[in-house]
Design a protein around this ligand. Structure first.
Ligand SMILES: N[C@@H](CCC(=O)N[C@@H](CS)C(=O)NCC(=O)O)C(=O)O
Length: 261
């Protein structure tokens, strides 16, 4: 039995949902309510002491961290494998995973908070916000760099956009070198799904132009979007624009859907 504790619109959660759907694995989708800060409540911190989503529960085992989870799923359920069969191929795939975790996954948070996610703090007083930041198990320094409602300064934002551009340039070259259609060549792998939510988020934030001059990336993304796993992952209200645009954050039923990245 697989259960995924996640936020519908979290990029890290979407990464795992893409892999679960692509592999055809049955799972219980367990959306957490971040307006109630369920991911910071004691019961959840016992599962995931980092206070972030997603968390996978497989029978009695708890697995955390989205890239760890997708590698675990691919090892435990090897049918329709999303990793190369040989150790060298897997090493190359992991090279992509580690780069995506270090560079674009961190960078995309900055424009996401600037444009939408900082709004979820609108209703908190500065004191309440400071308490939230001080007590966050892993994101204290990140939130300290941000101003409650305005997000990040120009320097942080420019750095983030530069790292997102660097990512698509690297993907463009990688697709050229592999010959496509996927980052690793003929085989669709975890690497492709590791970066998919970041590009989807960029598009949702109006940053799709960043790869307009990268024909291989454009074609790759169209192929990804055509996968049934993509439509299943991005169900209604899984994108920030659908949640925040035109939403009255003061309305109780709406704040319940306002969650982290
Ligand atoms: N390295 C972790 C990072 C997870 C992460 O940052 N999750 C975000 C959503 S994408 C989160 O839960 N944020 C909660 C918060 O900022 O309070 C993973 O890949 O699972």
């Amino acid at each position: 039995m697989l259960k995924l504790l996640n936020f519908p619109q979290s990029t890290c959660s979407q990464k795992v949902r893409l892999v679960l759907w692509e592999k055809g694995l049955e799972f219980e989708d367990w959306p957490l309510n971040s307006a109630k800060r369920e991911h910071l409540q004691d019961w959840y911190l016992k599962l995931n002491p980092n206070g972030v989503v997603p968390t996978l529960v497989h029978d009695d085992a708890v697995i955390i961290d989205s890239s760890v989870i997708i590698e675990y799923l691919d090892e435990v359920f090897p049918e329709h494998s999303l990793a190369p069969a040989d150790p060298l191929g897997r090493a190359h795939m992991r090279k992509w995973l580690r780069f995506f975790e270090e560079v674009p996954t961190a960078a995309i948070r900055v424009p996401s908070f600037n444009q939408y996610l900082s709004k979820r703090f609108d209703k908190l007083s500065q004191e309440e916000f400071d308490t939230f930041v001080e007590n966050h198990p892993t994101r204290k320094l990140f939130y300290k760099k941000m101003r409650k409602e305005e997000g990040f300064d120009d320097r942080e934002t420019d750095n983030a956009l530069e790292r997102l551009r660097q990512t698509v340039e690297r993907m463009e070259k990688g697709l050229e070198a592999s010959g496509g259609p996927w980052l690793m060549g003929e085989q669709l792998t975890l690497a492709d799904y590791c970066i998919t939510p970041t590009l989807d988020r960029m598009e949702n934030l109006g940053l799709g132009d960043i790869w307009a001059d990268c024909p291989n990336v454009c074609a790759w993304f169209e192929r990804i979007k055509a996968r049934p796993a993509y439509a299943k992952t991005y169900y209604a209200k899984t994108r920030l624009s659908e949640i925040y645009d035109g939403v009255d954050l003061g309305a109780a039923e709406n704040t319940a859907t306002v969650v982290a990245q």
